[in-house]
Design a binder for this molecule. Structure first.
Ligand SMILES: [Ca+2]
Ligand SMILES: [Ca+2]
Ligand SMILES: [Ca+2]
Length: 327
């Protein structure tokens, strides 16, 4: 509903109460970032679309997975929700993917022998990985891109990968909570145009490696932000825990915080000691109880001892880099 200020003034107090009485709460008026003092670069408002949709669902429905670009006040251009290799990288084989009509009811119905094997070390151990991401992942082993998620946004899918490597080895994962309203970190959901959505990542590997609080997780894109003073940084953590996560219908002028990803963040030798430890989330918090892509293979996820991980804010942090060294 579009209501101008002049119209509001003429409304009776009762009606003003009924419409929520604070039309400007989520609408920063100007590109004023003078009250922000952290290390992020700030953008405001919607990005320009540079790719309309990365993914067409052949069988069923999916959210539009676009790519956008937005320029900050200092002239730097940012890709949202994240730079990615979806168009060019090998797609991970699906455990479960509705659009491809791949809908096994359990792991026994998956042809694990047909999973492509990425060879890092020819004399290494062959390892199988089981992955569920809300919404998108790119998996690196020792800096080599093994595979990317076959569905960038929805429907929710799950994946299986194989690689051959010697220990110790380094797992690095880019995870993205995708967005419909490019640049402001939101999607049309639960009756609101600007719903912030949420992320979540869980994986187990046949050598016993599982996602846990021992993984590292650093944030590179946080949105929507309606009040920049809610952002803070403590001990390398890029915090937004006091920022509102409420959905609304007028979030088109929200702010976003961006941090440049290091060029070699996925490399085995990259020094991530300053990155925070991952935060754990329960299955209830991520909301997987109704997702067959997860539940049909739960023995490979929580049943294998893995936990959902993300950065400190699974709602507002939309691009997160994960790292873990397997000994
Ligand atoms: Ca996906
Ligand atoms: Ca999501
Ligand atoms: Ca989000």
């Amino acid at each position: 509903m579009m209501v101008s200020k002049i119209q509001l003034i003429s409304l009776s107090p009762l009606i003003a109460l009924m419409v929520g009485c604070s039309p400007s709460k989520n609408m920063p008026a100007s590109r004023d970032i003078s009250n922000y003092s952290g290390s992020a670069r700030i953008t405001q408002g919607l990005a320009q679309s540079v790719q309309t949709n990365l993914f067409e669902c052949q069988n069923g429905r999916s959210r539009v997975a676009g790519i956008g670009e937005i320029t900050d006040l200092e002239g730097k251009v940012w890709t949202v929700p994240a730079k990615n290799h979806f168009a060019t990288a090998p797609k991970a084989m699906d455990l479960y993917e509705k659009c491809a009509n791949m809908i096994p009811t359990n792991i026994d119905d998956v042809d694990e022998a047909s999973v492509p094997v990425a060879v890092i070390d020819p004399n290494g151990e062959e390892i199988t990985g089981y992955i569920f991401a809300d919404n998108y992942f790119e998996l690196y082993i020792n800096g080599t891109l093994i595979a990317v998620d076959s569905v960038p946004f929805t429907p929710f899918n799950s994946s299986i990968v194989k690689f051959v490597v010697n220990k110790p080895y380094t797992i690095a994962v880019k995870v993205v909570d995708w967005e419909e309203n490019l640049g402001v970190g939101t999607e049309n959901n639960r009756g609101k145009t600007y719903h912030p959505g949420d992320g979540g990542f869980i994986a187990s590997f046949s050598d016993g490696t599982v996602t846990s609080a021992d993984w590292q997780a650093q944030t590179f894109y946080t949105a929507p932000i309606y009040d920049l003073t809610c952002l803070s940084e403590v001990d390398g953590q890029r915090l937004s825990n006091t920022c509102t996560t409420d959905a609304n219908n007028d979030g088109q002028n929200a702010y976003a915080a961006h941090w440049q990803t290091p060029t070699n963040w996925m490399a085995k030798e990259f020094d991530s000691t300053a990155w925070p430890q991952a935060t754990l989330y329960s299955e209830d918090e991520i909301g997987v109880n109704n997702k067959k892509a997860y539940m049909n293979f739960i023995e490979k996820f929580s049943g294998a001892g893995a936990s959902f991980i993300w950065s400190t804010n699974v709602v507002l942090d939309n691009e997160v880099l994960l790292r873990y060294q397997v000994h």
